[in-house]
Design a protein around this ligand. Structure first.
Ligand code: R5P
Length: 311
């Protein structure tokens, strides 16, 4: 084997969890590293079978697993990480383009679990670093507040702003609530666009009220709603209704993460929107903004960082 081939064989490798192959391939191309082979499947009793087919001894392994439907996706990812460690990889990192379990970031009612903290603890024990895009950081101000390992939070805001510049005439950026303000502001600031932040009251998982200031002066603009997550789509739908009441044009709805609970995408499309657009952090028909480059930037930084010794 030539010296160059030996170096490549020892270099980093990307392993995709099920349903992550497309983004994993795009990421591997940008990093200029190969994708490795693995088997991850269910035994008939529902347990997960894991096998790594590509040698990983002494290599940096990059697992790609977005974490929508986190309860079903997390355990296979953790088992694959454990296998890779057991096979003497130099390091194992997790690229989770959508990082779940960040919204329960406080004890809102007595006895509730602060699951963002517990989930971060679990992931921190299984991998050496984590990279994600626009995590829902609200009461936790940084990932470091909950993750005990190096954690990079990248942002899709410049990509979203560029998409708006190419596709929307005379945009008005709207954040449906205070929590979305950081994304709406970042997107609007990137291109010097006007922005308005609305107010939301969430009364239950699917019961959301939006109050808007007087929007009449914006009637000549195309409203562009920007939020990090679209899940039940109740936030977006309630906002769309407010915009209709104010007789604004049908809005473009942009979410970074297409979480979309059952039926939510169809309901949002039927609510009187011009278009629904998301980033490809979660594979979905609405994906129009590619973040593979963004992820590659974060992975490069962490692969270059000195390795911690594991205890
Ligand atoms: C929470 O504040 C987030 O920024 C989103 O607004 C929220 O997750 C959207 O959820 P849903 O689509 O269920 O209204």
């Amino acid at each position: 084997m030539s010296a160059a081939r030996r170096t490549r064989a020892r270099g980093p490798i990307v392993l995709a969890l099920p349903e992550n192959a497309r983004l994993a391939s795009a990421l591997a191309r940008r990093l200029g590293v190969p994708r490795g082979g693995r088997v991850v499947r269910r035994f008939p009793d529902g347990e997960t079978y894991v096998r790594v087919r590509t040698p990983v001894r002494g290599r940096d392994v990059v697992l790609v697993c977005t974490l929508d439907r986190p309860d079903e996706r997390t355990l296979p990812a953790l088992l694959l990480a454990a296998t890779v460690r057991d096979l003497a990889a130099r390091s194992v990192g997790l690229v989770a383009p959508y990082l779940a379990y960040l919204r329960q970031d406080a004890r809102f009612a007595p006895g509730e679990g602060v699951t963002s903290t517990y989930f971060a603890r679990l992931v921190s024990s299984a991998v050496d670093w984590v990279v994600t895009v626009d995590p829902h950081l609200h009461r936790h101000h940084t990932l470091d507040a909950v993750y005990a390992i190096p954690a990079r939070a990248l942002t899709a805001a410049p990509r979203i702003a560029a998409w708006i510049a190419r596709h929307v005439e005379r945009p008005l950026v709207l954040g449906p609530d205070a929590e979305s303000a950081q994304w709406a502001e970042a997107v609007a600031s990137a291109r010097g666009l006007p922005r308005v932040i609305l107010e939301k009251v969430r009364r239950g998982d699917r019961d959301v009220g939006i109050s808007a200031p007087d929007l009449a002066r914006w009637r000549g603009r195309t409203p562009v709603l920007v939020d990090d997550i679209i899940s039940t789509a109740r936030t977006m739908i309630a906002t769309v209704r407010q915009l209709r009441r104010a007789r604004l044009a049908p809005p473009v709805c942009i979410g970074v993460h297409a979480v979309f609970a059952a039926g939510a995408y169809d309901e949002l499309c039927a609510a009187g929107v011009a278009r629904v657009v998301t980033c490809n952090t979660i594979a979905h028909a609405s994906n129009a903004i590619d973040v593979a480059d963004v992820l590659a930037t974060g992975v490069r930084q962490l692969l270059r960082a000195p390795r911690r010794r594991r205890g």
